[in-house]
Design a protein around this ligand. Structure first.
Ligand code: BGC
Length: 331
């Protein structure tokens, strides 16, 4: 049995986050609000439960977040069959993605931890040995900054993200009373399997506009795009001229989270299939218990080289470097 560790980071505001080397997972995020200590992340009680659930709670996702259609890619005329783990498609890096690996703890201090992982050539079908580092830093102004570095020995697609689910009310309610803003003019329509079904569409199509703060419950099932996926489960192409990618506000308005990122896109997933996922309190979560805001490349990007974003392929000699920052403001 491999030994798993829990690492706690603390800042001068009394904020505390917990992480594990198993999946380089973000386990917990507690902020003080007057006398209250509020947990802002969904999570399980035990490691066994983390290993059983399939919601990817707080995990680091890789080698390739989101879906790759038919679990296959072609690179420079060579065909690679990847492990399929959602029907014929691959989701979140395959059967044994980075979320299911024990990472090495490279360094650890009061406000930072760095995890590393070596993904061998052929891992889940991908070409090249990929060396990855994921660092978590908790700053004194309540920012959680995640940075990903990677290098490869062969050209490979790379799309690393974190799959934290936020509930800024402290898990007292579902998140449908939260308001969300996403600075994006375009989104990707998907089919019932989450595979892009068309080119990018203007957010005004099918009522997918989140450019102003909007209640998640607002017309949730009224849009045909959201009906297919049982809620939001869509990638938005971020407007890079806007400094903040997304803003999430708790139902009681006491907590605001601002998300900034170097990535071109953001997957908004309202936890449409969370039911039965073990929670921290001897029970299970219901659908919509949390919302995941996953900064990443657009889904299935290896098959769509003309989409307006930088390439998701990493070449030998290049360094992959991406950042996601969540700042928690108490009102
Ligand atoms: C996907 C969902 C999926 C969830 C958990 C999200 O990133 O967009 O479709 O159900 O991860 O696997």
């Amino acid at each position: 049995m491999s030994v798993k560790h829990i690492i706690t980071l603390r800042n001068r505001q009394g904020m505390q986050i917990k992480l594990s080397d198993w999946g380089a997972t973000w386990l917990s995020c507690v902020v003080p609000i007057a006398e209250e200590k509020r947990e802002l992340l969904l999570g399980c009680q035990t490691f066994e439960q983390y290993q059983q659930q399939d919601a990817y709670l707080g995990a680091t996702i890789g080698r390739y977040a989101n879906r790759i259609a038919n679990a296959e890619i072609d690179i420079a005329g060579k065909h690679y069959q990847l492990t399929a783990n959602q029907g014929v498609n691959q989701l979140h890096g395959g059967k044994l993605g980075f979320d299911k690996q024990l990472w090495k703890i490279e360094s650890q201090s009061e406000q930072q931890v760095i995890f590393s992982l070596i993904s061998p050539d052929g891992d889940q079908g991908y070409p090249g040995e990929l060396k990855v580092a994921a660092s978590y830093t908790l700053t004194d102004d309540n920012q959680v900054i995640i940075e990903y570095h990677a290098n490869t020995t062969k050209c490979t697609p790379v799309n690393l993200t974190n799959h934290a689910y936020f509930n800024l009310d402290g898990e007292t309610n579902n998140v449908l009373g939260h308001s969300l803003k996403v600075n994006a003019n375009y989104y990707l329509p998907v089919d019932a399997n989450g595979i892009p079904s068309n080119d990018l569409l203007n957010v005004t199509e099918d009522d997918m506009d989140l450019r102003q703060l909007r209640l998640l419950s607002d017309n949730l099932f009224g849009s045909s795009a959201r009906k297919i996926t049982g809620g939001y489960d869509h990638a938005y192409l971020l407007d890079s001229s806007k400094p903040v990618a997304a803003q999430l506000v708790s139902s009681d308005k006491k907590v605001t989270m601002n998300l900034t990122t170097s990535y071109p896109a953001l997957q908004v997933y309202t936890g449409n299939f969370l039911t039965h996922t073990p929670n921290r309190h001897n029970g299970v979560y219901a659908n919509f218990a949390g919302v995941a805001l996953e900064a990443q490349f657009l889904p299935d990007s290896p098959h769509h080289p003309t989409w307006p974003q930088s390439s998701c392929f990493l070449e030998p000699g290049q360094t992959y470097l991406q950042q996601i920052c969540y700042q928690f403001c108490i009102n």
